[in-house]
Design a protein around this ligand. Structure first.
Ligand SMILES: CC(C)(COP(=O)(O)OP(=O)(O)OC[C@H]1O[C@@H](n2cnc3c(N)ncnc32)[C@H](O)[C@@H]1OP(=O)(O)O)[C@@H](O)C(=O)NCCC(=O)NCCS
Length: 401
């Protein structure tokens, strides 16, 4: 049996984070512990102890996550790992149990994560709630379908300037789409704008697009020059490009696609309904590859269902099964945007991970039914549920955390 509790010192924090570090990193220095704990407080980092030794860790960033029509407090689950010496003995299960109880007690109705492997988190009630993908476009295929009138001006900014110029654009994205978490000033400084040591010789660039002096889009990108046979094989890597309006999004992408020298431009984590697909003259040439994006868990089913907006006015009665968080078990009636307990007969029966998959509006109840993930108990229930839950634009989480 593992003893799981929050870390209480820099040393414990470092050892717990080093559980994931066992798979791709060096032990944390004091400086890295100090930096990381500014976005992940010690008490949000759980450690699994075996005989007094830390052998696993699981963290949860205190997020506000945009959901359809609003935002909710959310445990942003991160740095989950178990030392290879202690794998498959129940350490992860013990940490997930304790962490979900902690998230619940803190009043965070949902939890979200990026999964290193799709097989891990369904058993703990997380559902695959969004899709995203990578594009690789060759320079010669970068034309837009329609002429673009450029109304804004681009200019480079320093990381310090970016810290105040980028957030309003990010906040516009949070208002527009589900799946975007709020970034604190520390998050911006330490996670998005900091130039890592290995980039010092050729660091990422920060650029803003301004319309009438107001920043309407930004991009973070890096060039990887390479030459062979006298021609460029270089790559332009887009870390993040966000626009507050459709015009601004088109213009910032035009800027990126027009940078000289690169042979291919790469960007990742783009949602399936990203404007780029219809902006391009040859969308096939983006060579889009899709994978799973954000996974979502309803930690408090009632608060989570009542915390998002719905497209339609109907009502639905759901029977939710939740083996890990038993307080969610039972029948819930959703009507007028409010979920409450009910004794009425259920119209759909499903596990909480399937409900998590449907929650952000990217996965339909019809798809879940066809994938044998739920049971329709009343005629038309799936259609009614989809009319309620469907949401556009699709969720987009532009950063892995
Ligand atoms: C993934 C990881 C945390 C699992 O830890 P663990 O302590 O071995 O897991 P547990 O023993 O608690 O297993 C709990 C259950 O999950 C299953 N499981 C654990 N890891 C799994 C994996 N990678 N793939 C499929 N199933 C897995 C176990 O078989 C067990 O299933 P059961 O409840 O049906 O018996 C650990 O293998 C690890 O650190 N991996 C590398 C880092 C990583 O991928 N972290 C996740 C980051 S998102």
């Amino acid at each position: 049996m593992f003893d799981v509790r929050p870390t209480g010192s820099g040393e414990e924090f470092g050892d717990a984070v080093y559980a994931i570090g066992q798979y791709f990193g060096a032990p944390l220095t004091e400086e890295r512990i100090e930096r990381f704990s500014r976005v992940l407080p010690f008490e949000r980092m759980h450690a699994a102890f075996d005989d007094g030794q830390i052998v696993g860790g699981a963290g949860a960033f205190p997020f506000e996550l945009s959901v359809p029509g609003g935002e909710l407090r959310c445990g942003g689950v991160t740095v989950v790992g178990v030392y290879p010496t202690h794998r498959r003995r129940g350490a992860l299960r013990a940490m997930m149990d304790t962490q979900l109880r902690d998230i619940h007690e803190r009043g965070e109705p949902i939890a979200a994560l990026w999964a290193s492997e799709e097989t891990i988190y369904g058993r703990f009630g997380y559902g695959l709630a969004s899709w995203c993908g990578e594009v690789t476009v060759a320079r010669e295929w970068s034309a837009f379908a329609l002429p673009l009138e450029r109304r804004g001006r681009t200019r480079f900014v320093t990381a310090e300037e970016a810290a105040s110029l980028f957030p309003p654009v990010w906040d516009a994205l949070r208002r527009e789409r589900p799946g975007v978490f709020q970034r604190t000033p520390d998050w911006w400084a330490l996670r998005r704008l900091r130039i890592p040591d290995e980039e010092q010789a050729n660091p990422r660039r920060f650029v803003v697009l301004e319309h009438d002096g107001v920043v309407s889009a930004y991009a973070v990108y890096r060039q990887h020059p390479a030459w062979g046979d006298g021609v460029s094989h270089g790559k332009l890597e887009v870390f993040e490009a966000v626009g507050a309006t459709a015009q601004a999004t088109a213009e910032i992408w035009r800027f990126l696609l027009d940078v000289d020298w690169y042979a291919t431009l790469e960007a990742s984590l783009l949602p399936l309904d990203h404007p780029l697909f219809m902006l391009m003259s040859n969308p096939r040439r983006l060579r889009f590859r899709v994978g799973d994006g954000l996974w979502l868990r309803l930690v408090d089913v009632g608060a989570a269902l009542s915390g998002r907006a719905y497209a339609g006015d109907g009502a639905i009665v759901l029977e939710v099964h939740d083996a890990v968080c038993p307080w969610n078990e039972g029948r819930w009636r959703l009507e007028g945007g409010v979920a409450s307990r009910t004794d009425e007969p259920a119209q759909i029966a499903l596990d909480v991970d399937a409900l998590g998959a449907a929650y952000l509006g990217a996965v339909s109840f019809a798809q879940l039914r066809d994938s044998l993930r739920l049971e329709e108990l009343a005629d038309g229930a799936i259609r009614r549920a989809d009319a309620l839950f469907e949401w556009r634009p699709l969720p987009w989480c532009p950063e892995i955390f």
